[in-house]
Design a protein around this ligand. Structure first.
Ligand SMILES: C[S@@+](CC[C@H](N)C(=O)[O-])C[C@H]1O[C@@H](n2cnc3c(N)ncnc32)[C@H](O)[C@@H]1O
Ligand code: SF4
Length: 331
């Protein structure tokens, strides 16, 4: 068993996991709808049950939006998730075909039939991960697993570590497929249900003792991977942020946390635009203001203030929603 950062370990990593570890997988959420109702489902309130599409944080209206997010993070792969992606099979096929040059993996809780898997394979799906809700009836996925393998799709089972089920171990070892076990994660939507069942929340929103359940699988499963909540956050997410940060214009400073720092100007937009253009300064215009280099903001703060322009240093995420971490006025 090899150890990776933040408590994760594996004996086998699927291609999808390898790309995800580099922060190079775009998460494509294709619908919030799902026919199962797992008590541990972490989907947020704004997405649950709603037929919405997001590429990472970016709302998607067309394939063009997905292409923009791919460029923003230099994605090498796409993870198609939900809700239940197979409720929107035609859309999923369209996406797989459109971005066939990237590695694409799909999550599903449906024991899909041959006609569905054949279509996915022909569209170019590379990897599939079945999730038996509540970890029950895993045997009903055996046929789908065999079909997916027959069509050359890398196949696995992916589950949260809520309990140990011998039937899952039997299935993955007999079919020689991988088992991904996620550390059970608390979210705003599953918190009460997890608490009701005795789970306690840890420092990183992980369920305490969930890792110990994963260990039991690790002892028995040939192709095994445990992904911790902390690893998802500090490695995958932070690495994606860093990729996104370095794709921004050079005047942004990328921190080791994956956030970006820049100067920020607010005031009469026409006036600011004129000043920056006449000085030949690189800038990015947002709805409310102008992002510039920190050096420019610091060196010119006094002069700009005299022109009635507010000057700040801003730290934000390099994501589509530009989540603000801090906005400090320069005096
Ligand atoms: C949220 S589901 C969405 C896709 C599909 N409905 C499914 O269940 O596979 C994606 C993955 O998250 C895992 N998962 C669900 N709830 C979880 C939780 N609270 N903590 C960690 N992983 C979880 C599932 O095992 C599944 O592999
Ligand atoms: S099958 Fe997946 S999306 Fe549906 S309720 Fe369970 S975890 Fe959530």
């Amino acid at each position: 068993m090899k150890r990776i950062e933040a408590g994760s370990f594996y004996s086998y990593l699927s291609e999808g996991c390898k790309i995800c570890r580099r922060g190079a997988k775009l998460v494509l959420f294709v619908t919030g709808k799902c026919r199962s109702s797992c008590y541990y489902c972490p989907i947020s309130e704004e997405k649950k049950g709603k037929d919405v599409v997001y590429a990472n944080e970016r709302p998607v209206r067309s394939l063009e939006d997905i292409a923009e997010e791919i460029n923003a993070m230099s994605a090498e792969g796409i993870a198609i998730t939900g809700g239940e992606p197979l409720l929107k099979l035609d859309y999923v096929l369209e996406v797989i075909e459109a971005f066939d040059d990237l590695h694409i993996h799909l999550y599903t809780s449906v024991p899909a039939k041959e006609e569905v898997i054949k279509k996915l394979a022909e569209a170019g799906l590379d990897e599939i991960r079945f999730h038996p809700p509540h970890l029950e009836n895993s045997e009903i996925y055996r046929e789908s697993v065999r079909i997916a393998k027959k069509y050359g799709i890398e196949t696995g089972i992916e589950i949260p570590a809520i309990k140990y089920e011998e039937e899952i171990v039997k299935l993955v070892n007999e079919e020689d497929i991988f088992l991904n076990v996620n550390e059970l994660e608390f979210s705003a939507t599953n918190y009460l249900e997890l608490e009701k069942r005795g789970w306690e929340i840890g420092e990183f929103y992980e369920a305490k003792n969930s890792k110990e359940i994963a260990m039991k699988y690790a002892e028995k499963v040939k192709k095994f991977h445990f992904c911790s909540v902390r690893f998802k956050d500090i490695a995958q997410f932070r690495r994606r942020l860093i990729r996104m940060g370095f794709n921004l214009p050079e005047f942004y400073k990328v921190t080791s946390e994956g956030t970006v720092l820049c100067g920020y100007l607010e005031g009469d937009k026409e006036k600011i635009r004129k000043i920056l253009t006449s000085m030949g300064i690189d800038f990015f215009e947002t709805d409310e203001g102008f992002e510039v280099s920190m050096e420019f903001a610091e060196e010119n703060a006094e002069k700009l203030r005299k022109e009635g322009i507010e000057v700040y240093i801003v730290e934000r995420y390099p994501t589509y929603n530009r989540l603000l971490i801090s906005k400090t006025p320069l005096r």
